[in-house]
Write a protein that binds this ligand. Structure first.
Ligand code: PEP
Ligand code: MN
Length: 335
């Protein structure tokens, strides 16, 4: 439920309404813009009598919110959320590209890739240190050493770093070390992890689970936001369907759907969505065309010998060509 306040409502009257709602068991999420002042009611609203609120002269109207997510809902926050990190923005109209290898393998590898993607215009460096692998026998990532190597690459290039977290007890460490905390598809509904990430001061890149609906993705975002961290970036990375020619099926319609229902920025991962390097370019372009706020792309200097996901990684040269094309497309899209 959302209380839309009159624009001339006095602060002491607003405070009275807030106190009343809290006494009835609700939490309040206040949102104020140039042309609106809202009180979003979260939690148990069953004891609230809508007629009494509407009778209040300081209230313009009451808007029911059908969807189970509230803080992530566009009605709660009519202006789009722009996540700002070290002078970069996600969701602010720029098409922001995060790039780098699936996993950090060595200092030379991560620094080399960071330098080349930076030259091509990437805004962030990605790289997995703790890797969620389907097989326990596959490379599991360099762990803490991987985080240290990412920090070296950041120091050398100035690119902020994005890396996946797997365990709730690592949130404090990640908070100190990384610029954006990634929660992967396999952990989208790891509620303990979401709750811990909700306490972090760093933005969270939340990837859609492989069999998750858009509503479930938004509910997971709600967990993080309800914990106090409102800097959530959503990521469509393909979902599981019956199709076998691609690793997953990129759900392009998720982008405009999310933009209709939520104020949160949303980016696309064409690498995990497709599973093949030759599909990354067309899907990246499609993502821009449907209104995504950016991309996260796997780039590797030597895909044939990559420890993880080489088949879906593009080389820095191809990444450069793609970035040039995206820049031209973005110009047209913004006209
Ligand atoms: C990744 O980005 O490295 C990754 C494992 O992606 P996802 O969680 O989407 O499978
Ligand atoms: Mn990968």
């Amino acid at each position: 439920m959302i209380i839309v306040l009159n624009r001339d409502a006095a602060q002491e009257e607003i405070d009275k309404i807030k106190r009343k709602m809290i006494s009835l068991g609700c939490e309040i999420h206040e949102s104020k813009g140039r042309n609106y002042h809202l009180l979003g009611l979260v939690g148990d609203t069953s004891r609230i009598d809508p007629a009494l609120i509407e009778a209040n002269r300081n209230v313009d109207r009451l808007v029911p919110v059908q969807e189970p997510y509230k803080m992530a809902h566009r009605l709660f926050h009519p202006e789009r959320t722009v996540v700002k990190v070290k002078g970069r923005e996600i969701g602010g109209g720029e098409f922001t590209v995060i790039a780098g290898p699936c996993s950090v393998e060595s200092k030379e590898q991560i620094v080399g890739i960071a330098e080349s993607i930076k030259e091509c215009g990437a805004a962030f460096l990605r790289g997995g240190a703790f890797k969620p692998r389907t097989s326990p026998y596959s490379f599991q990532g360099l762990g803490e050493e991987g985080l240290e190597l990412l920090k070296i690459a950041r120091d050398k290039t100035g690119l902020p770093i994005v890396t996946e977290i797997m365990s709730p007890d690592k949130v404090e460490k990640y908070e100190g070390d990384v610029d954006i905390i990634q929660i992967g598809a396999r952990n989208m509904q790891n509620y303990d992890l979401l709750k811990e990430a909700g306490k972090a001061s760093k933005p969270v890149l939340l990837k859609r689970g492989m069999s998750a609906t858009i509503e479930e993705l938004l509910m997971s975002a709600e967990y993080i936001m309800a914990g106090g961290n409102e800097r959530v970036i959503l990521c469509e990375r393909g979902i599981r369907t019956f199709e076998k020619y691609t690793r997953n099926t990129l759900d392009l319609s998720a982008i405009p759907v999310i933009k209709k229902y939520s104020h949160l920025p949303v980016i696309v991962d064409p690498s995990h969505a497709s599973g093949y390097w030759w599909l990354v370019e067309p899907l990246a372009k499609a993502a821009l065309a449907v209104g995504a706020d950016g991309l996260i792309i796997e780039v590797h200097n030597d895909p044939a010998n990559a420890k993880c996901d080489g088949q879906q990684s593009i080389k820095p040269e191809r990444f450069g060509v793609l970035m040039d094309t995206l820049r031209k497309m973005a110009q047209v899209a913004n006209e």
